[in-house]
Design a protein around this ligand. Structure first.
Ligand code: WQD
Length: 338
């Protein structure tokens, strides 16, 4: 059964390809390599022993997208990761984000409608919730005005899919709202490859510990939380990848209740920045050089998932802990810098 993974050489995409292959799916990857490298293909192959088919293609090229689907009309499911995802960059360059994240979704979704089986999994984000005091946050919490063009592209993406599902009963889609993906495959053959200075917490921690960065800046120590630092729901990328396979299977087996569903994919547990730092120091045995500095604009104080719907309806639950994720991130950092 052939499954298309767009952005399949990216961080979450590559881990999902591994889990799809582990479940016996035939995977074809589209990636434009703008935020990933071809070596990831070797990493996937080294883990599963199966080299996925790979097509280098920029989904902004509408004609190329149409030609691809003409050649591969036997695709039975599409998992759509391909998008830019740096919050700060999206503020500086909104048009790049709307073109790359929204136009490409429209081009791919239009082609999905030409397939015999129209199953579409969308990579969404807890960013759509903005700042909320209803914690843990559930799927029916109101989607608030996005705090960044990146977050807005996820909100718009969900609406595009929802509106299309309303008039295309043969289209079956699930949006997965991720919380904070961290960690790497336990084999350390694939992991997160941030380009330039990492925006996210965990790669910054591991790069500081390995000596690429001199000091971690903790953005804010005066928030109304247990230790003054922001709280997030950090989910192991392998648990997140498995959620995609379960969501796809739900559609392939026609178990979905309506043709558009949304699930939070998180652990349901909130961890502060300092708790993450402490986890790293415990796991690595190293003291981390960090300094508490001013707050970062746009950060929400706290957010973590209500996971009941994913646990009880989707039939998925996070199994790995924060320490598991931090340990795998550190093992990966050491491997790519040895
Ligand atoms: C986590 C916490 C920072 C870096 C974003 C996107 C989200 C998803 C994940 C794509 C915050 C603090 C961070 C640092 C720090 N991206 N921090 N020092 O902002 O929760 O989520 O990335 O899907 O959509 O919004 O993740 O890792 O940047 O920050 O203190 O050097 O770590 O202030 O409290 P975030 P993050």
């Amino acid at each position: 059964m052939k499954v298309l993974v767009t952005g399949g050489l990216g961080y979450i995409g590559s881990h999902t390809v591994v889990e799809l292959q582990n479940e016996g799916y035939e995977v074809i990857i589209i990636d434009n390599l703008s935020n990933s490298s071809i070596e990831v293909l070797d990493g996937i192959t080294a883990i599963t022993g199966i080299k996925p088919q790979f097509v280098k293609l920029d989904l902004k090229e509408k004609q190329q997208v149409e030609d691809f689907f003409k050649r591969h009309n036997d695709v039975r499911g599409v998992i759509h990761f391909a998008a830019n995802k740096a919050v700060g960059e999206s503020v500086e360059n909104p048009l790049m984000y709307y073109e790359n994240n929204v136009n490409t979704l429209v081009y791919v979704l239009k082609e999905v409608l030409s397939l015999k089986q129209q199953n579409f999994i969308f990579s969404s984000s807890c960013t759509v919730y903005g700042q909320t005091d209803q914690l843990p946050i559930s799927e029916n919490a109101p989607v608030q005005a996005a705090q960044s063009p990146y977050g807005n592209t996820k909100q718009i993406g969900e609406e595009i899919i929802m509106d299309t599902c309303k008039v295309k009963p043969d289209l079956n889609s699930i949006s997965l709202r991720y919380f904070n993906p961290i960690g790497a495959h336990p084999s350390a053959k694939i992991g997160e490859l941030p380009i330039g200075v990492p925006q996210n917490l965990v790669p910054f921690i591991t790069q500081t510990a390995i000596g690429i960065r001199t000091q971690l800046s903790v953005f804010g120590g005066d928030y109304p939380t247990s230790d003054g630092t922001c709280i997030r729901d950090y989910i192991h990328v392998v648990d997140l990848a498995k959620a995609h396979v379960i969501a796809l299977k739900r559609l392939l087996d026609q178990k979905n209740k309506t043709n558009y569903e949304v699930f939070n994919i998180g652990t349901g547990k909130g961890s502060s920045v300092l708790e993450v730092v402490n986890s790293f120091e415990k796991i690595s045995g190293k003291n981390l050089n960090y300094k508490i500095v001013d707050r970062r604009k746009g950060d929400v104080i706290a957010i973590y998932a209500e996971t009941k719907k994913a646990n009880e309806i989707l039939g998925w639950k996070a199994e790995l802990t924060l320490d598991d994720a931090i340990g795998s991130a550190w093992k990966w950092e050491q491997r790519i810098n040895n």
